[in-house]
Design a protein around this ligand. Structure first.
Ligand code: FE
Length: 134
């Protein structure tokens, strides 16, 4: 993805719901076990709720028990970027949409499988595009 999307905070505020704005533009976190995709098992592609970039695949989603949708790896690696987040007295790795710069969640090194990663993502930063029925 070469094209990035830049909008003013005013434009984001108009486009996103108040909860999405708080999380995606103000780096908030939705309360655990409240998001619509925590227990989602549907096949499909999870897209950025702000710009539509494809971010994660349902193939790598797993039950982390944390209360947030969790993935072992990005679906489209070039659409995801990370940076160190030293807030709240911890050093965490923040996960952002590479296209629009919106906050998605954090990634931790305690995930299952070969990657060992746990991408811990806010439901309201995601939009599931269901796979076509065969
Ligand atoms: Fe985005």
């Amino acid at each position: 993805m070469s094209e990035t999307i830049e909008k003013t905070e005013e434009e984001w505020r108009e486009q996103l719901t108040p909860e999405q704005y708080e999380i995606m533009r103000n780096h908030g976190t939705e309360p655990a076990f409240t998001g619509k995709y925590v227990d989602a098992k549907d096949d499909g592609a999870y897209r950025c709720a702000a710009c539509g970039a494809e971010l994660f695949s349902s193939d790598t989603k797993f039950d982390s028990g944390t209360g947030w949708p969790s993935f072992t790896e990005p679906g489209v690696a070039e659409n995801i970027t990370t940076r160190i987040d030293p807030s709240l007295g911890m050093v965490r790795t923040e996960v952002l949409c590479a296209r629009c710069g919106s906050h998605l969640g954090h990634v931790f090194d305690d995930g299952p499988g070969p990657t060992g990663k746990r991408f811990c993502i806010n439901s309201c930063a995601l939009d599931l595009e269901p796979a076509e029925e065969a």
